[in-house]
Structures are given as structure tokens and as C-alpha cells.
Design a protein around this ligand. Sequence first.
Ligand SMILES: Nc1ncnc2c1ncn2[C@@H]1O[C@H](COP(=O)(O)OP(=O)(O)OP(=O)(O)O)[C@@H](O)[C@H]1O
Ligand SMILES: [Mg+2]
Length: 264
Amino acid sequence: MTRVATGIPGFDDLIEGGFIENDVLLLIGGPGAGKSTFGAQYLHEGIVNYNEPGVYVTFEETPARIMRNMWRYGWDLERLIKENKLRIIRAEPIAYGRYIEKNKDPNSNKETDDTTIETILRQIYSSLQEIGAKRLFIDSITSLKISPDPVNVRHIILEFFKNVENFDCTTLITSEVSKDHEHFSVEEYLAEGVICLQVYRIAGERIRSIEILKMRGVKHDEVLRPYVMTEQGILVYSSQSVIGKEADVFSKDMFNLRGKADDI
Ligand SMILES: Nc1ncnc2c1ncn2[C@@H]1O[C@H](COP(=O)(O)OP(=O)(O)OP(=O)(O)O)[C@@H](O)[C@H]1O
Ligand SMILES: [Mg+2]
């Protein structure tokens, strides 16, 4: 089984060296947890260290803003784009939806949401083909949840996952978690692996933890490990534990940490 090392220092130690090739993985976390940084680092390291081209799909930020923010970590994404090793594509489900609705073929009975997803998937696929991408990063799937109907949302996410699974790529998808996140979402079941990033504030100090919630077919780490955001990106302390000297602080919420970051 081929492994795809993320190249994120310390992280690959948690998952026996890397993701399983062509898997679809989910990265969940609250605002500012480091999801976009993690994904950009995964693509950047793939290109620079493993010569694996990558595609970055953004639903929220503009490519210019991503390039500017990632430059802070010393990653020259603009150069990688010029060298045809990276593509950043902006997908805007709401804008597509409106456009398609306006120009809808009256003879077609296709749902707007389906057409929107199809357009986005086609756009991603052609970018992957263009540069022979091996890594794909999608930020974030939460933006696809535009329908007020939960059954429809489930259908959209399922459809999206099933298609992405068929791309010849190891894919990392982010998903936002809200403070009252109490139920697991459909994407958490669909993904081969789920990685969770959490931020706590303890005595005025920010503590970040990373946890592998699941990784099918992998004997993965099961401890909450600390990570830091440095000038060079994310660094995971794979042999240290968040629980330990902070045990007193964490113990009461040990079994109910998800989405409760700010309450602790
Ligand atoms: N150069 C840097 N050095 C250290 N930490 C940084 C640096 N740049 C950003 N950070 C930290 O990273 C955080 C942002 O990371 P990132 O954008 O990857 O998070 P995110 O989970 O994608 O956030 P969002 O939910 O808003 O999309 C900032 O809030 C800051 O704490
Ligand atoms: Mg982000």
C-alpha cells in the first residue's frame, strides 16, 4: 500500500508514515485552528519534497489572499503555479447556483444544486488533469451546505464525496465545526480518515491539539497531541501529550472535548 507523506513535521508519525494513496480524508476544526495552513502545507510539501503536483480548491478566500497568507510561512505558491505544479481554483457554489438558475434550460428538470456540484467537480477535474495532480485540497465542504433542507444537504455531500473518491488523487477536505457541534456530520462517516484540530485557552494561554479520530486501515495514534503554528507552518509534537501536566484542567471534559474549546 503506497503511503502519501504529508511532510508536516511530526504529523506523519501519527499515521504510520502518511495517508493511504487515493483516500479521501477530512480535517475538522473551528475558526483559526489552522485548517487552511495544514492543507496548503500538505500541497506545498508534496510539490517541493515529493514532486507531486497539487490542486487547492477554495470556497471562501480568494487565491490572492491565500498566496499572501501562505507567503508568511515562506511558501511561494505563485512560483509553484507558474511552474505548473500547483493550481488554486475558486469555487463559488452560490454564484454558480444563481447563474445556472438564470440560464436554466426550460426543458431540463435537473435540480440547480446538482448542476452546481457538477460544474464544480468538472472544474476541479480539469485542473487535476492539466498538471497531473496527485494531491487535492478542498477548503471547505461546509460551503456546499447551502440548501436549507437537511436531506438535500446530505445528498449533495454524498454526491460530492462519491465523485472525489474517483479522482486519482489523495484528497484532504476541511469541514468547519461550530461550538454546538454535537452530532457527527455525514462527511465524517464518508471519509476514510478524520483529523480533528482543537484550540483551547487555558490561563490566558492558547493550547492547540490534534487528534486522529479515525483512519481506516491504519494503526493510528489515539492520543491528543499538541501542535503549534510556527513561522514555517504547523509542527506536531508527536511524542508529547496535551493531557498530562494539564490533566486537572482537562479531566472534567475529557470525554466531551469536541466543539467545546471555548468552554474549558
Ligand atoms: N506566521 C504565522 N506564525 C504563527 N502563527 C500564525 C502565522 N500565521 C497565522 N498564524 C496562526 O494561524 C491561524 C490561522 O490559520 P488558518 O487560516 O490555517 O486557520 P483556519 O482553521 O483555516 O481558519 P478559518 O476557520 O478562519 O478558515 C491564525 O489565527 C494564527 O493564530
Ligand atoms: Mg481556513
